[in-house]
Design a protein around this ligand. Structure first.
Ligand code: A4P
Ligand code: MG
Length: 204
């Protein structure tokens, strides 16, 4: 079976999807929230948890502003490639312009993992090939799932211990709202970490 065929095979059981969001242009918090909202409304994707917001120094690319990063967990029956398309739709909805690799962006949504699926297809590499070395992905992921594991590489907690965590700060004055009732005073799923009752804004 080819890698592409693997990513397109029909799924019969929900899989856990890990998405990493980043923004370093404009109102970064509003862009992350719009990304969460867009993905929460996407057919076939059930967002189940949203991490705290982290402010992070840019890794790679040209000189550019600091990022806000977060990780979102979801369940889905969709093939991974279709989930990537939903991520790209969310980026497009936020007016993402791709003119420079690792350049500044209103919203970047990367597919970090889709259960234990492994793919070396350049269009969709799973798990994300650089996730294991990036504190701006690992720390929010650990925040939202203390028992997280990266296929082939082990517990995220162990990976975190091996990466440089300088320049990655967990914010207490900014947070993201989950879908539907979470942000409207309804029951908050236990795995959702709302760090502050004041969601704040990026102007803080
Ligand atoms: N692609 C392949 N696999 C995947 C995957 N698992 N998830 C392909 C998402 N995309 C995947 O992506 C380029 C191509 O990767 C796409 O065509 C897709 O089919 P892109 O989003 O257009 O461009 P990019 O994000 O600039 O490139 P890339 O290589 O995904 O960048 P990274 O590795 O995601 O890094 N520093 C901080 N502090 N915070 C950040 O969020 N982000 C980056 C981007 C760099 N530095 C950062 C941050
Ligand atoms: Mg990307």
């Amino acid at each position: 079976m080819t890698q592409r065929a693997m990513t397109q095979r029909p799924m019969t059981q929900d899989r856990q999807v890990v998405l990493a969001l980043g923004s370093n242009l404009g109102d970064r918090l509003a862009s992350l929230q719009a990304g969460v909202d867009h993905l929460s409304a996407a057919p076939g994707l059930r967002v189940s948890a949203v991490s705290a917001v982290f402010e992070t120094v840019p890794v790679g690319g040209p000189p550019q502003p600091d990022y806000l990063n977060a990780v979102l967990l979801a369940e889905s029956l969709l093939p991974a490639l279709q989930i990537l398309r939903l991520c790209q739709d969310a980026e497009q909805a936020l007016g993402r312009v791709r003119d420079q690799r690792w350049g500044p962006r209103t919203l970047d949504v990367d597919l970090i993992a889709c259960d234990d699926e492994v793919s070396s297809d350049p269009e969709l590499t799973l798990p994300h090939p650089r996730a294991h070395e990036r504190a701006f992905v690992l720390l929010p992921w650990l925040d939202v799932d203390a028992g997280a594991r990266l296929v082939g590489l082990g517990p995220v907690a162990d990976l975190v211990a091996q990466v440089d965590q300088t320049g990655v700060t967990r914010l207490t004055n900014k947070s993201l709202k989950g879908p539907g009732a979470w942000g409207c005073g309804g029951a908050v799923p236990p795995q959702v970490r709302q760090k502050s009752s004041d969601a704040g804004s990026d102007a803080d």
